[in-house]
Design a protein around this ligand. Structure first.
Ligand code: NAI
Ligand code: MG
Length: 358
């Protein structure tokens, strides 16, 4: 059966890293006869230049029909003077994420042992780190109503937000996390503040009630303050972590930085049917755009996540992970992960090395 993949290179280094990711995907598509049909469209600044809109109608229609979306990065100084709502990020990328209801954000933090020196933590603490943070992305305190700043009777102002999760919202993100855990180390840690916040007491109860459906997964619960501490003390104890929007925002950034390089971090955002958008965590890097310097590995690893999570193609996904590891073993590095004695390559050179390893 044909699967449609929408490719959105975007701006800046987006086009360069996407060229390498597509090279890898084309290779595997041929090798395994995956039947993937790739189509490219405009998003972000490039789309503004061509059509006047950061998310053109044609792109949006293709996105709704696609089985999965692969995104580079959007934005750049050229469009910074536009009103925020029209800019590449808010008008293009964020709109696309919310229109497609991508509530399940998967953020792996993987530290290849070959790059252990790049972390801010001691090599023995982080070497071999491989954790996945599953963050709820469209609910919780970032979206709860009522919200605002009001004036009290005594004239003092008061800011307020509402932290809400319904059982169905908790269940759908927990399902993403349990299923991700099944594909990995089969350990899931749910992070909450159930000792203080009622909304997370419900969270804990609902997640716990689902454990019987996943008997192979070892479920644990942790308070968010302890989780933050454990992430910097002994991060390798974790396999998959699942948490709400705000806790996930904070913990995923902390976990990502344990790995040292933004050029190595893929991500996925899934909807209720596991349809998703896959992208590197970094931006369009205008400072190095057009210079064949960008590290394409985060985007190439996003391809692996897409194959695994949206298309159910485990073997080619494993192939990519193994190829990336092999390239690092060979000492092949782009500038952002370079250290003395390694072989420095550009964006295209790194893509070629991955193909060779495949
Ligand atoms: P950035 O992630 O683009 O760059 C931060 C630093 O990391 C830069 O020094 C850059 O050269 C480096 N870097 C990023 N990706 C790299 C890669 N693959 N290989 C090697 N080095 C890499 O973040 P910044 O500079 O804050 O934003 C630049 C533009 O990107 C802005 O317009 C911003 O709005 C946009 N942006 C877009 C995102 C997206 O499309 N998802 C996410 C973050 C920022
Ligand atoms: Mg954040």
């Amino acid at each position: 059966m044909t699967k449609n993949i929408l490719v959105l290179p975007g701006d800046g280094i987006g086009t360069e890293i996407m060229a390498e990711a597509v090279k890898v995907l084309d290779f595997l598509n041929d090798k395994y006869s995956l039947g993937l049909n790739l189509e490219e469209a405009l998003l972000g600044g490039a789309a503004i230049d061509a059509t006047g809109k950061a998310l053109p109608d044609n792109t949006f229609e293709l996105a709704k029909k696609a089985d999965a979306i692969l995104l580079g990065a959007v934005g750049g100084p050229k469009w910074d003077k536009l009103p925020p709502a029209d800019r590449p990020e808010k008008g293009g990328l964020l709109r696309l994420r919310s229109e497609l209801q991508l509530f399940g954000n998967l953020r792996p933090a993987i530290l290849y042992p070959q790059l252990a020196g790049a972390s801010s933590l001691k090599p023995e603490v982080v070497s071999g780190l491989d954790i996945l943070i599953v963050r709820e992305l469209t609910g919780g305190i970032y979206f709860g109503e009522p919200r605002g700043i009001r004036e009290l009777e005594n004239g003092e102002r008061q800011g307020y937000n509402t932290y809400v999760y319904s059982e169905s919202e908790i269940r759908r993100i927990a399902k993403v996390a349990f299923e991700a855990a099944m594909k990995r180390g089969k350990r899931l840690c749910s992070v909450d503040k159930a000792n203080v916040l009622e909304v997370t007491m419900l969270w804990r109860e609902v997640v716990q009630s689902m454990a019987a459906d996943y008997p192979e997964v070892e479920l644990s619960h942790m308070y968010v303050d302890n989780a933050a501490m454990q992430l910097v003390r002994a991060p390798k104890q974790f396999d998959v972590m699942v948490t709400g929007n705000m806790f996930g925002d904070i913990l995923s950034d902390a976990a990502a930085m344990l790995t040292g390089s933004i050029g190595m971090l893929p991500s996925a955002s899934l909807d209720i049917n596991n349809r998703g958008m896959y992208e590197p965590c970094h931006g369009s890097a205008p400072d190095i755009a057009g210079q064949d310097k960008a590290n394409p590995l985060a985007t190439i690893m996003s391809v692996a996540m897409m194959l695994r999570y949206s298309l159910g193609l485990e073997q080619p996904a494993n192939d990519i992970d193994a190829a990336v590891s092999s390239v690092l073993d060979q000492g092949i590095r782009t500038g952002d992960i370079y250290s003395e004695g390694c072989k420095l390559v550009g964006t295209a050179g790194m893509g070629d090395a991955v193909i060779a390893a495949l």
